[in-house]
Design a protein around this ligand. Structure first.
Ligand code: 13P
Ligand code: SF4
Length: 302
């Protein structure tokens, strides 16, 4: 494995590539990457790429599409383009157009976990890190449509006190985490703070001490006085947490929190993608040009 990582790093350097990886990627992919982060950090990193001639995105398609939209002059490749996001596919551009027609004049806030075509129909994007700030930045008199994640949307409603018109999508992985699973772990590990992702169900969020994006979980683990944490989000975060905070203990809530799409990528596919550059992610310019302002408006708030 270390051999393959070394090969990837050498080839990446030769090709002036940058390898970006989401915190849910496998430990070995995170080790091979130049930058590991949550969706917001990755979008910001992709918007700042200067020297790289090639972006290798280890995550799911909507993330690589975001990098491609922000870098129309650069080639973006993925280890495997089959890594999708079922939540992103829960709303199509045509469905969003219909939804907008039912609520004329509403501002559309779209979670980055969406297709480029849906972003192109939206006014502003958000990630789980900044969704509260994005919604709070909007004119208080405007109606807001929030797509596609109803759980993140409800969390934002609670934090901002603003009522939104919600699409009924959700992450099928985080949605599997139940309140009973949390209660069981909380009774086995009493007094240990529980952090969960805002894509979890409201009743799970009710039980949590912290509701955070993956990047915010890492920051909390660094700063908080607690030495142990219960963790309610996708498995890959365990490597990112342990790597960032090696002297603390992290206890994962339940093995159901495993995103098969995030695990489609592996080192062999990453090496092959770098060698052949055949797995390019292309967003048609007419869609990219319409989607870019919604992403840029979000990035300008960061
Ligand atoms: P983050 O915003 O924490 O990166 O989460 C993205 C994601 O896909 C969660 O399922
Ligand atoms: Fe999509 Fe959920 Fe997987 Fe994140 S964890 S990529 S939201 S299916």
């Amino acid at each position: 494995m270390q051999d393959m990582i070394a090969q990837i790093k050498t080839l990446s350097k030769q090709k002036k590539a940058i390898i970006l990886a989401h915190t849910y990627q496998s430990a070995e992919i995170q080790q091979a990457a130049d930058f590991v982060g949550d969706s917001l950090a990755l979008s910001l990193e992709a918007s700042r790429v200067e020297d790289a001639e090639l972006i290798v995105f280890c995550g799911v398609t909507f993330m690589a599409e975001t990098a491609a939209i922000l870098n129309p002059q650069r080639k973006v490749i993925m280890p495997d383009k089959a890594a999708g996001c079922p939540m992103a596919d829960m709303i199509s551009a045509a469905q969003l157009r219909q939804f907008k027609a039912q609520h004329p004049g509403a501002t559309v806030v779209c979670y980055v976990n969406s297709t480029a075509a849906v972003k192109a129909e939206s006014d502003i994007c958000c990630t789980s890190s900044n969704a509260v700030d994005v919604v709070a930045s909007l004119n208080p008199d405007t109606e807001i449509i929030f797509v596609p994640d109803k759980h993140l949307g409800r969390f934002v409603e609670k934090q901002t006190g603003r009522k939104m018109i919600m699409w009924e999508g959700c992450c099928p992985i985080h949605d599997m985490l139940s309140a009973d699973m949390c209660k069981e772990m909380q009774s086995r590990f009493p007094g240990i703070p529980l952090m969960v992702h805002p894509e979890t169900k409201p009743e799970v969020q009710e039980l949590a001490d912290y509701i955070l994006s993956t990047g915010q979980m890492i920051e909390l683990a660094k700063k908080n006085a607690a030495k142990k944490f219960l963790v309610g989000t996708e498995m890959g975060i365990m490597h990112a947490l342990q790597n960032a905070v090696p002297d603390k203990q992290f206890i994962h809530l339940n093995a159901c929190l495993l995103c098969p799409d995030m695990k489609v990528n592996n080192l062999a596919k990453l090496l092959k993608a770098l060698q052949d550059e055949e797995t390019q992610v292309v967003v048609p310019p007419e869609i990219a040009n319409k989607a870019r302002p919604a992403l840029q408006r979000m990035l300008d708030l960061s």
